[in-house]
Write a protein that binds this ligand. Structure first.
Ligand code: PLP
Length: 412
């Protein structure tokens, strides 16, 4: 036995064939791990993304600002993205590695903006509804702001009156979700943004999950409450390309109402031997893979492609709702967008989740109230749906017979 049993680097490397076999044997059940995969488009969309990703994987975003072959593609990508959010002539965006980084970027910009606009505030505060993503708590921790979470209304949307009551002399920003992850519901962004405007505050809309799907779902005629730059007072938006934009991870965007606000994002130090260090965001060197993949996927799908995928996704969601509601004791919610969530009305949902886990499904849920979340994507096959609904019916059956459940099966 070696002194400690951590795996060591093999002395002699394996062949590519051996590696392939090892990786293939490490692959989990493709059907029952579906919900734990990142949101995806259909196989042809992923294939386009992989092609572009592989071509530009070793190209470095460090040079995006200096070399047109990279910078022009990134700029074009960001212009396509911005155009979806009812921009002002002056709206713009930056690419990030994910929703978390997009939210950190917004919180950082809010802090820098507040330092200029309200220099007397030494302990700036942000107000967000209880249902806002935990990244707001992380980001406020990292950047030294205080986050106050306010309660939700009976409809589980932000309680805007409670947000108004929570505003104090240190408040610099209000947050709303479009939609929030726990329930797939839109906060009343109009009211939150109006409140922010009235009080001279920044307002951020977190559209990480829905941002790249909502414009198309709305165009198809589904009712989506307004949440983007058409709402006066919305100053920044986070929206994930790698979720319902069907791009490859890691790719997200932070969007700014104006180029002036975007300036608070940039930190360009020059206090070292090599001169100005002008990156587009938090990252230093970064792979071109996700940038070129996102550009390629947006070009490949176009408006029509996104509309078709949005239609397919909403139909898939409905077929899950019908399938879940056909199982006695379960009820799917009719929420605004995604994720699809469902509750148990006649037994403990924890028992259902525990049984699904035992069958190999990897799921996330919500505790208040108990819900299971299904992040429907455009790669859900009939096999995934039918296997899931059959396992769910069996899990519901066994939950009925279960007296007490100890497992914490609904953790995120
Ligand atoms: C996913 C998500 C985030 C965080 O995004 P990551 O890409 O996981 O970092 C933030 N807000 C909402 C509403 C989300 O759904």
């Amino acid at each position: 036995m070696p002194p400690h049993n951590k795996s060591r680097l093999p002395k002699v490397g394996k062949t590519s064939r051996e590696i392939r076999e090892l990786l293939e044997s490490a692959q989990p059940d493709p059907v029952r791990t579906h919900w734990s995969k990142v949101f995806r488009g259909p196989e042809d969309v992923q294939e386009i993304g992989r092609m572009a990703y592989n071509m530009f994987m070793s190209h470095n975003g460090l040079f995006a600002m200096r070399h047109a072959y990279f910078g022009d593609v990134e700029t074009e990508l960001l212009e396509m993205c911005t155009s979806l959010f009812n921009p002002t002539p002056d709206s713009c965006a930056n690419l990030t590695s994910g929703g978390s980084e997009s939210i950190y970027s917004a919180i950082h910009a809010v802090r820098e903006w507040a330092r200029v606009k309200y220099p007397h505030i030494s302990e700036p505060e942000i107000i967000a509804p209880y249902s806002a993503h935990p990244t707001f708590s992380k980001g406020c921790h990292y950047f030294g702001l205080k986050l106050t979470r306010t309660g939700l209304g009976n409809d589980l949307r932000a309680d805007v009156a409670a947000m108004k009551d929570a505003i104090n002399e240190n408040t610099v920003c209000l947050v709303g979700s479009a939609p929030c992850w726990p329930y797939g519901l839109y906060d009343n962004i109009r009211d939150i943004a109006a409140l922010a405007k009235e009080n001279g505050l920044w307002m951020h809309t977190d559209a990480c999950v829905g941002g790249y799907l909502a414009p198309f779902v709305e165009e198809l005629g589904y009712p989506i409450p307004p949440w983007d730059f058409r709402v006066p007072g919305v100053m920044s938006i986070s929206a994930d390309l790698h979720k319902l934009g069907f791009c490859l991870k890691p790719a997200s965007t932070v969007l700014w109402r104006s180029a002036e606000l975007q300036q608070y994002h940039y930190v360009h130090p020059a206090d070292w031997p090599c001169g100005e260090y002008a990156m587009t965001g938090f990252a230093g060197s970064r792979t071109g893979g996700p940038v070129f993949a996102a550009w390629a996927i947006l070009q490949y799908l176009g408006r029509e492609g996104y509309l078709q995928l949005a239609q397919k996704l909403m139909e898939t969601k409905q077929s899950f709702i019908d399938g879940i509601n056909a199982i006695g004791g379960l009820r799917a919610w009719e929420n605004d967008l995604l994720p699809l969530v469902f509750e148990a009305t006649a037994f403990d949902l924890q028992a259902v989740a525990a049984e699904l886990n035992r069958k190999g499904w990897i799921l996330v849920g919500c505790k208040e109230p108990p819900l299971i979340s299904l992040p429907i994507d455009a790669a859900v096959t009939d096999e995934v749906r039918d296997t899931f609904l059959a396992d769910l019916a069996a899990a519901a059956e066994s939950a009925r017979a279960t007296e007490s459940v100890e497992e914490d099966s609904l953790a995120y």
